[in-house]
Design a protein around this ligand. Sequence first.
Ligand code: PLP
Length: 361
Amino acid sequence: MARVYNFSAGPSMLPEAVLKTAADEMLDYQGSGQSVMEMSHRSKTYDKIIKDAEALLREIMNIPDNYKVMFLQGGGSTQFAMVALNFMNKNNKADYIITGQWAKKAYKEAARYGDAKAVASSEDKTFSYIPKTDKSMFREDADYVYICMNNTIYGTVYHELPDTGDIPLIADISSCILSEPIDVTKFGALFAGAQKNMAPAGLTIAIVREDLIGNAMDICPTMLNYKTHADADSLFNTPPCYTIYIAKLVLEWIKNEVGGLDKMKELNEKKAKLLYDFLDNSELFKGTVVPEDRSLMNVPFVTGNPDLDAKFVKEATEAGLVNIKGHRTVGGMRASIYNAMPYEGVVALVDFMKKFEAENK
Ligand SMILES: *Cc1c(COP(=O)(O)O)cnc(C)c1O
């Protein structure tokens, strides 16, 4: 059976080599006589898997020792509450930059627990750019400033981080984790749902500076307190064992096959350039994001004619280029070209777009 090129915003493609290893190890993981799915999370065999996954993540992302790495559940969306419950703890104030649906949801969740302020937004132009900010826009007594680094739905990314001075910067990196190097020291905390660039759904990564852990609000549920999971090395309760195992395989793929995040970035830039260059020169298709804020991971584009967009999506699907329909708030198409999308997949997409353009002029 032929595999399709899956341009879904998430869950998304996984590297084929990872799927093959997982298949090979499905019935008998390295002589244990069982699948990782069936294994006790307290077993020696599993302990090595979760420890290796953390060590690999630390090595690949260059995470300093004063940051805790946690393997959690509940998706990016649970982090919206966790961030507020754990970090809105001194003055009960936090500043949010609204760059799309995910940032807005995080802001609304925080507003349930304290004084959340939307300090900037790009909603006026359907989130097609990253709003400019400077230090004076943030409240001096804000407990943190929050951003969504890569905006999955709208295809924008922060190429330059906001200057927040001494206020900790918290970022949702769900759709750009591991796509390029990130300077972790610039953040108080980072989190990501795994299903975009790391693993199947079910795992959420949190990377939190140690001094920010341990001051959660009194009402914070035990399971939503970072301290609970940091103190227990992510084994307070049963973690998403199998998903962590796949994340480990993906991390090994990045380290050994790709050659690290600098290389990963090069590959991602090469893929994105192919698509953006085509969009910039096409007479039919156009990108929806201002060039300086374009994402390497999510590329929304339109023809300007909803009927033609629908025809494109239908014919692309028939050609094995699937899940390319845009989000309903943007319309048109969106190609998510995460780490595991091979270069050949983007070549196939651009070739198909050329053909479609010629046939529909
Ligand atoms: C997908 C996504 C989320 C939501 O993740 P869930 O795991 O579905 O809760 C949050 N933020 C960003 C940037 C995303 O891309």
